[in-house]
Design a protein around this ligand. Structure first.
Ligand SMILES: CC(C)(COP(=O)(O)OP(=O)(O)OC[C@H]1O[C@@H](n2cnc3c(N)ncnc32)[C@H](O)[C@@H]1OP(=O)(O)O)[C@@H](O)C(=O)NCCC(=O)NCCS
Length: 197
């Protein structure tokens, strides 16, 4: 199955926003995010990226032009304070960091190099901003989490192979409702960074 990876224009992202929300809800339902997604949460979350001046959505399109995956990115200075603040506290200049939001791909399209292409595309965008660092975060779940599947394989080796290092001192808290909870709770998100200069 051939899949095209390309940036969406702003108007395409707006037109596809419910598809993007649906992908996030479906894919983040799995461990480690176990996100009990709602359209209300999604609209609020994704609106940040639609409104940010330099945010980009990178889409993965099937032959039928169905959106089967998406990755986001933007200069860290355009992110919310709760994302910027750990960098500022650790002495980084937010204007030197380019931030990657999520990358999500339907499971049947995985393992074919598209995750690498999402990184290539976002790193290309970061290059146009002459960014010194690229960064993203991932949820920190305990190894003995009751919903962790026995065959779960972490993405850490993939990220290390892309030159990223886990920064245990850079932590934000994101809130969402887990599948096994009744209300939204704070999740510890740890950042990974790669230096380009
Ligand atoms: C992240 C994601 C988009 C990567 O997509 P992908 O198309 O499978 O990635 P690739 O095919 O380019 O593979 C990337 C690497 O991951 C490895 N990999 C493949 N399947 C994997 C799996 N099930 N678990 C962990 N790593 C896997 C591959 O071996 C590859 O490494 P290699 O280049 O050394 O061979 C996809 O796994 C996904 O949607 N995951 C769920 C959402 C998520 O956790 N996103 C990241 C945080 S926002």
């Amino acid at each position: 199955m051939s899949v095209e990876i390309r940036p969406l224009t702003k108007s395409e992202a707006e037109a596809r926003i419910l598809d993007i929300a649906a992908l996030r809800i479906r894919i983040f339902r799995d461990f480690p995010y176990i996100y009990d997604g709602s359209l209300e949460y999604e609209v609020k979350y994704l609106d940040r990226y639609l409104k940010a001046q330099n945010a980009k959505f990178i889409g993965a399109f099937s032959e039928a032009q169905q959106l089967v995956g998406v990755a986001t990115c933007l200069p860290l200075i355009e992110e919310d304070d709760f994302v910027k603040s750990p960098f500022v506290k650790a002495g980084f200049k937010p204007e030197e960091v380019f931030y990657f939001g999520e990358s999500v791909l339907l499971s049947e399209y995985r393992g074919k190099g598209l995750g690498h292409k999402f990184f290539d595309e976002r790193e290309k965008v970061a290059g146009t901003f002459n960014s010194r660092f690229t960064a993203f975060c991932a949820v920190n779940r305990p190894l003995n989490h009751p919903l962790r599947p026995s065959n779960y394989r972490s993405l850490d080796d993939f990220w290390k192979s892309r030159g990223y290092e886990k920064q245990n001192q850079l932590i934000s808290h994101f809130e969402w409702k887990d599948l096994d909870q009744s209300v939204e709770t704070e999740k510890e998100m740890i950042y990974w960074m790669r230096s380009w200069k």
